[in-house]
Design a protein around this ligand. Structure first.
Ligand code: SAJ
Length: 416
């Protein structure tokens, strides 16, 4: 048994956060049970393979599975600690949807034992850790939980939000500081001893509610700053100024650091989490709401720019460079690049070619809309309008001569 007292941990949800975390614990010698509702995901992992793109993850998963340290299953089994890393999307009117967390709670409740630690890693609105504790208590009247038994509880509960950047997950899991929000101080201490098995950054202990809002605050901070850059891009377009030159110059000031405009903000974190603050404090969260609206409106602006460019051609052929929500990943969730590409096809602006080096096959809705997935060179040859939607490495390396005689709409500033 490791010094922390944890020998076996279970990770519920084997996605972009859960699987790397599972692999990390397994690489530190713990027995890891990964639980996922998708049989296909479970099967893939048990073959030592991965179902997502994340640098270095494949090697670690393969070795953990080969050594018998990582096993995936669809049914939870007993463990010393349970980490829940399931999605928290929003539903109508941007209200957080906690149904995946509730389902995870109900699935682990039957196997919970006295002495267990339950950690919620998913990004959640303020108060959701307490909800999790209530759901667990309702299922297991025979056990005591921190909301009633405080530090003497049979089961400890903490919220430890993940903060890793897709594409750098394996490094950031280790080096980033962690915020550890215990339902009681003892819950936080127990969670800290678990994370210290692989975290080299500092662990900052606090209460669960502060940890919940801290995570939402980090992503809202970034969203507001990107909204500032996106608003500048609209202002610059209107005033016929190159926004990239403008930002570069303004950033020469020692205390100015403007982020980059883009086609909109994507992903399942920054485009979602600020709404959890807005829904909890609608009257106070004015700036945060406006930033969301500015970033959400940016794809429409880009579609309009492309439409205007296409109107010059009898048969416009438009190459949409990139579909993922950001550079060098395969994740198409909440991607403005994908939304723009689909909108162009649906509104029949021209023939739409999609270039996305990180996927093998287009999602069904894009295929059905008549979009063709094509390689970079072929797209550049056939298209008369080239739209940079994602700053993937191969696009940045592209020879500028290949872009001559084309109309360029560069939403990421990669060919400036
Ligand atoms: N983007 C811009 N301009 C920029 C930076 C980003 O348009 O200057 C866009 C990206 O293209 C993308 C979106 O914003 O569409 C989000 O990308 P991102 O790289 O800012 O963030 P994510 O969503 O990949 O990861 C964020 C990170 N949070 C912060 O940096 C505060 C990460 O640390 C979190 O762990 C992650 O959210 C999460 O899971 O919450």
């Amino acid at each position: 048994m490791s010094n922390s007292g944890f020998k076996k941990v279970s990770i519920i949800g084997l996605g972009y956060i859960g699987l790397p975390t599972a692999a990390m614990f397994a690489s530190r010698g713990l027995d890891v049970i990964g639980v996922d509702v998708s049989e296909q995901t479970v099967e893939t992992i048990n073959q030592g393979k991965i179902h997502i793109i994340e640098p270095d993850l494949d090697m670690i998963v393969q070795s953990a599975v080969t050594l018998g340290k990582l096993k995936a299953t669809t049914t939870p089994e007993p463990a010393d600690a349970f980490l829940i890393a399931v999605p928290t999307p929003f539903i109508d009117d941007h209200q957080p949807d906690l149904s995946f967390i509730e389902a995870a709670a109900k699935s682990i409740a039957p196997v919970l034992e006295k002495g267990n630690l339950v950690i919620l890693e998913s990004t959640i609105p303020v108060g959701a850790t307490e909800k999790l504790a209530k759901w667990l208590q309702a299922e297991r009247r025979d056990l005591s939980f921190p909301q009633t038994a405080s530090d003497a509880a049979d089961v400890q509960i903490a919220h430890c939000p993940e903060r890793v950047l897709p594409g750098y997950v394996m490094q950031e899991l280790v080096i980033n500081d962690r915020i550890i929000g215990g339902m009681t101080p003892y819950c936080a201490e127990r969670a800290e001893s678990l994370y210290q098995l692989f975290v080299k950054g500092d662990c900052h202990l606090t209460d669960a509610r502060t940890a919940e809002l801290a995570k939402l605050t980090e992503n809202s901070f970034r969203d507001v700053n990107i909204a500032f850059a996106n608003e500048l891009s609209l202002i610059s377009d209107e005033l016929d100024i190159n926004v990239w030159d403008l930002i570069q110059l303004a950033n020469k000031h020692p205390r100015v650091n403007i982020l980059s405009p883009g086609p909109g903000v994507g992903g399942h974190c920054i485009a979602v989490d600020p709404w959890f603050i807005v829904s909890s404090a609608p009257k106070s969260a004015k700036l945060i709401r406006t930033a969301r609206q500015i970033n959400d409106a940016k794809p429409k602006h880009v579609v309009q720019q492309i439409r205007e460019a296409a109107s010059q051609f009898k048969t416009p052929v438009i190459a949409c460079m990139g579909l993922s929500f950001k550079a060098d990943i395969d994740d198409l969730r909440e991607s403005p690049a994908l939304d723009i590409t689909l909108e162009l096809a649906k509104s029949k602006v021209g023939q739409i070619l999609a270039v996305e080096p990180n996927i093998q096959k287009l999602p069904a809705d894009l295929q059905n809309a008549g979009i063709v997935l094509i390689d970079q060179d072929a797209a550049l040859e056939q298209a008369n309008i080239i739209v940079a939607l994602v700053d993937h490495k191969p696009f940045k390396k592209l020879k500028k001569s290949k872009l001559n005689s084309k109309i360029l709409i560069d939403t990421r500033g990669i060919w400036q």
